[in-house]
Design a protein around this ligand. Sequence first.
Ligand SMILES: NC(=O)c1ccc[n+]([C@@H]2O[C@H](COP(=O)([O-])OP(=O)(O)OC[C@H]3O[C@@H](n4cnc5c(N)ncnc54)[C@H](OP(=O)(O)O)[C@@H]3O)[C@@H](O)[C@H]2O)c1
Length: 301
Amino acid sequence: MKAIVFDRFGGPEVLREVDIEVPQPGPGQVRVRVKAAGLNALDGKIRSGMMEALRPTTTPAVPGGELAGTVDALGEGVTGMQVGDGVLGWSDTGSYAEYALATNVALKPAALEWQHAAALPVASETAERVLGMLGVAAGETVLMHGASGAVGTLAVQLAVARGARVIATAGPSNQDYLAALGATATVYGTGLVERVRALAPDGIDAVFDLAGKGALEDSITLRGGTERIVTIADFRAQQLGVTFSRGSAAPSVERLAALAQDAAMGTLVTTVTAYPLEQAAAAQQVSDAGHVRGKLVLTVD
Ligand SMILES: NC(=O)c1ccc[n+]([C@@H]2O[C@H](COP(=O)([O-])OP(=O)(O)OC[C@H]3O[C@@H](n4cnc5c(N)ncnc54)[C@H](OP(=O)(O)O)[C@@H]3O)[C@@H](O)[C@H]2O)c1
């Protein structure tokens, strides 16, 4: 099968297309004929070698942690799925490939397009996990740093659905985008504390840092302490006394199925830019630059 691999750490140029064996599903796994692979900022961090201390990689490695596609083979003990079913979920083997193995997948609503399905697993699990940790409730005001990307696009909508007011940061070109998602938008960078205070004179109840670009000190100032601040991207968290949240080893397939229904009905909006699998390096270069609106996906066919 066709797959993208890297066998040394470096920039996007280390990615190359190869022909490798189709993987065989083990107990509890399905094999998925991949239609779309979600691209995450983490993929570039793993490829660069930056994650080695926390999460060592065996090379050659196929990148990609999520997918949408059709079930192609069933491993022992799999129930509730049949060959030919459309699914979305987390890949056990890399998803930048024609076929991948997966344990945690949900059935894909027919009305949800492959590319939009592939945008959901990681971003929706992350957004829901952190909103839950923060205990964001109706009537509260939550500040989100860097909310125009993949996770932020969903986090803004899910927080608004909880009845919260969201003040969200992004660059100048994404202010209207955040407003359309339901947030009060402002730009990141110098003067943030004053801008947020002007928008929320009664204070901020919780902070979700999605960017990891140095906004924790401002967050602590705005909250008057480190309580109810969670970052998913700033590795200085521990040093500053702030909670860092990592991906879940056992994501909820039931929640993914419910959110996929919302996305199919249009009540949860995903924004997708697609590249063909062969252009994985170009797509990772865009991701590495750190200014993606919504989600990048790779289409496979
Ligand atoms: N720990 C976890 O469980 C977990 C899970 C998923 C993702 N992550 C991490 O969380 C981060 C966000 O993920 P993502 O997929 O949403 O990334 P993404 O799609 O690449 O989005 C990055 C966003 O950051 C914004 N940004 C860029 N520079 C900024 C700055 N100086 N201050 C504030 N915002 C800035 C960009 O906005 P503009 O384009 O408007 O500049 C862009 O919308 C990544 O670092 C990713 O690796 C962690």
